[in-house]
Design a protein around this ligand. Structure first.
Ligand SMILES: *Cc1c(COP(=O)(O)O)cnc(C)c1O
Length: 375
């Protein structure tokens, strides 16, 4: 048994590859010629594709799971999981969630008659208090975004022991290298692979992993029926991204630690938020004095590109209130405490000294303009 880093670096060869390619071949085809007797391993890429098979074997190894399904986006993965709840079922979700997840939950409630409750699932006892007789599913982010609150997956699983309630963990912020939700008792582990798993900002993809054969069958059926499978080219790019995931993550986490340590000393920074248990993440949330200061920081940084996403090799900066969490209603944002003074950084693989100099220059320039009464 090779170790995970080795395994990710060397995806398995395809049994059907007579050419013995040493990197994963891209089967960029919608259809496969079928045997007249109908006994074909692959027929149509929405239902099965050799390149995606390699990816899913790698994703299952990464999660330590029996099954991993690659979906067209993180939201498609979340949607497949949330649709395991039906009309009249109750779903409990965390109170600090990715904005797109909030939008999806609204659809689930309005169009599909599912009852949704929000609860501070990072607090002990909150899940038990929220449970009802018709609770079917619990969805939490392992480290929340943008407040970086840490959820104890094992404690949630313990609270659900003996009940017919599924525990799903959106582990996008941590990745399976830092936390494997299934090993802590979750039934389903979700990733937006668009973020760290791919890491290069050129793929939109999602993953659901599970050890439960029946759940995997049900999710695979739904994914094929609804057409949310990952396309071959994206599967190929993501397989390549996974080869360097351990290296990238190590560099980005180290960079984030260095930047987070220096941020409190920079001009105009009023608060720096990192996970309170010291979890390894590449995101840092900070607060500045007012909305104008937040806007000025985004405009003045050069190395941090203004983008909604995170986890790529290039550092990025965003204001959650107007970007990643803009799809929430004003009331949802207010309840979650997502104010216009919050700024989220994602640290890439650049030299942390350059990143700090960039932030310091942008903050100092913003300060000088504010003092001079300029915007
Ligand atoms: C980005 C993100 C998603 C959605 O993933 P997409 O790939 O953009 O569809 C879901 N959950 C979290 C925590 C995310 O950051």
């Amino acid at each position: 048994m090779t170790l995970l880093t080795t395994r990710l670096a060397q995806p398995p060869a395809l049994p059907c590859d007579g050419a013995r390619a040493t990197s994963t071949p891209l089967y960029q085809t919608a259809t496969f010629a079928q045997h007249p007797d109908g006994d074909s391993r692959w027929d149509y890429s929405r239902s099965g594709n050799p390149t995606r098979d390699v990816l899913e074997v790698q994703l299952a190894a990464l999660e330590g799971a029996r099954h991993a399904l690659a979906c067209s986006s993180g939201v498609a993965a979340l949607s497949a999981v949330l649709r395991l709840a039906h009309r009249g079922d109750h779903v409990i979700v965390g109170d600090d969630l990715y904005g797109g997840t909030c939008r999806l939950l609204r659809l689930l409630a309005e169009d599909h008659g599912v009852e949704i409750s929000r609860a501070p699932l990072h607090e002990p006892g909150a899940l038990r208090a929220a449970l009802r007789g018709n609770t079917r599913l619990v969805l939490a982010e392992s480290v929340t975004n943008p407040f970086l609150r840490v959820v104890d997956v094992g404690a949630l699983a313990t609270d659900l022991r003996g009940r017919d309630v599924l525990l799903a963990i959106d582990n996008t912020m941590r990745t399976p290298l830092a936390l494997r939700p299934l090993a802590h008792g979750a039934d389903l582990a979700i990733q937006s692979a668009t973020k760290l798993l791919n890491g290069h900002g050129d793929v939109t993809a999602g993953v659901v992993a599970t050890d439960d054969d029946a759940l995997a069958d049900s999710l695979a059926f739904r994914r094929n029926a609804e057409g949310t499978t990952l396309a071959p080219f994206e599967a190929w790019l993501l397989t390549r991204g996974l080869q360097t995931l351990p290296l990238r993550l190590r560099a980005q986490v180290a960079g984030a630690r260095q930047v987070a340590a220096a941020l409190p000393g920079l001009p105009g920074v009023t608060r720096v938020i990192t996970p309170d248990d010291g979890s390894d993440v590449v995101v840092i949330t900070l607060e500045v004095e007012d909305e104008a200061a937040a806007r000025a920081l985004l405009e003045r940084t050069r190395l941090f590109r203004t983008t909604v996403s995170f986890g790529g090799v290039g550092s990025s900066i965003s204001t959650p209130a107007t970007m990643s969490h803009a799809s929430m209603t004003v009331g949802e944002r207010a309840a979650a405490g997502i104010t216009p003074t919050l700024v989220r950084l994602s640290i890439g693989i650049e030299d942390p000294a350059d990143l700090l100099a960039d932030l310091e220059g942008a903050l100092a320039a913003g300060r000088r303009c504010a003092v001079a009464g300029l915007t």
